[in-house]
Design a protein around this ligand. Structure first.
Ligand code: ADP
Ligand code: MG
Length: 312
């Protein structure tokens, strides 16, 4: 059983109880809050040696633990408000904790999210869980499930950088400079796209954040929406830095399959025009049916990726 089979078999419940607008199956859950807003709750864990190499700086671990959760808040179109932090550590290393807290609160201050509780325990590995509560305008939640045939598919930023950065961290010698530093930073310090998430509340028909790779995550969005889609591979946004480090062919492969980008992928029937410096690119179209295909120079390109699955 992989992680999704475990969730479906043991944790998916039929009766969600009163006040629950959206349960298991999206980037966050939604709960009815007051007359003007709904509450969004998200939780994600990162484990040393599983989600990041053990040797990276504590500041980056702190930043990243919060960034990956803020990304799920962004994917729901919400604003982050409050959070809790559960820390499992093998020892109480003062300099590690100082660095961790610095990176963590640097990002928390940027997005005005306050730590209101948590749990601290001793264990054999470093395990960090962040839960965030956010607010979204009532009835406007961005879900994975609203894409319609004919909608355009968009992604923010550039794709594949973080996976290439992780490769550099694992396989190459430091110091990382120039394009390699850009890629490594894209892994260590993801940019949660909170402004974009809020700005597409009225125009996007569905949204997901890219944690497991474009192909796998867009597949989940299309599946939730009961539609299919086509990715135009020539239109994938790829940074010049990734091309410089690993070449265009591998960059396109990582853009489709590499995890940890934490960009937003959304669908819309409108022509999207970015109102900020953040690049947003149309990469394909939603179609009737099921599944996701890739097209290169007008022909079908055989590609499949289910993304990283724990226990598979
Ligand atoms: P994401 O990649 O956006 O963090 P996941 O793929 O981890 O989302 O999870 C898929 C869905 O399953 C989410 O809605 C998540 O809340 C839910 N989920 C994951 N693990 C559990 C669990 N143990 N119990 C209940 N729901 C879970
Ligand atoms: Mg997500």
């Amino acid at each position: 059983m992989d992680e999704f089979q475990i969730i479906n078999k043991y944790f998916l419940q039929k009766n969600l109880g009163s006040g629950v607008i959206l349960g298991i199956g999206d980037d966050g859950a939604a709960i009815s809050h007051n007359s003007s807003s709904d509450l969004i709750t998200v939780v994600d864990t990162i484990i040393a040696g599983v989600h990041y190499p053990k040797h990276i700086a504590a500041e980056d671990v702190g930043y990243r633990a919060l960034a990956v959760n803020l990304s799920d808040i962004a994917a729901m179109g919400a604003k982050p408000r409050w959070m809790t932090l559960a820390l499992t550590l093998s020892s109480s290393d003062d300099s590690w904790l100082k660095g961790f807290a610095k990176g963590f609160f640097e990002l928390a201050q940027e997005f005005n999210v306050n730590l209101v509780g948590g749990d601290t325990t001793k264990g054999s590995e470093t395990v960090i869980t962040v839960n965030i509560l956010g607010e979204v305008q009532k009835g406007k939640i961005l879900k994975r499930s609203g894409a319609k045939a004919g909608d355009s598919i968009y992604v923010s930023g550039t794709l594949g950088d973080a996976a290439a950065g992780l490769f550099c961290l694992k396989e190459l010698q430091e110091p990382f400079l120039g394009s390699k530093k850009f890629l490594v930073d894209r892994f260590l310090r993801p940019s949660p796209r909170l402004e974009l998430g809020c700005s597409i509340l009225n125009s996007a028909s569905s949204c997901i954040d890219l944690s497991d790779g474009l192909y796998a995550d867009l597949f989940k969005l299309l599946d939730s929406s009961g539609v299919s889609g086509i990715i135009e591979m020539n239109d994938l946004p790829i940074s010049k830095q990734i091309v410089e480090v690993i070449g265009r062919e591998k960059a396109v492969y990582l853009a489709l399959s590499g995890g940890d980008d934490y960009e937003l992928c959304f669908t819309s029937s409108d022509d999207f025009i970015s109102e900020s410096d953040l690049k947003v690119t149309k990469i394909g179209t939603v179609t009737n049916g099921s599944g996701l295909s890739c097209r290169l120079n007008g022909s079908n390109f055989a590609f499949h990726s289910q993304g990283y699955r724990h226990f598979s």
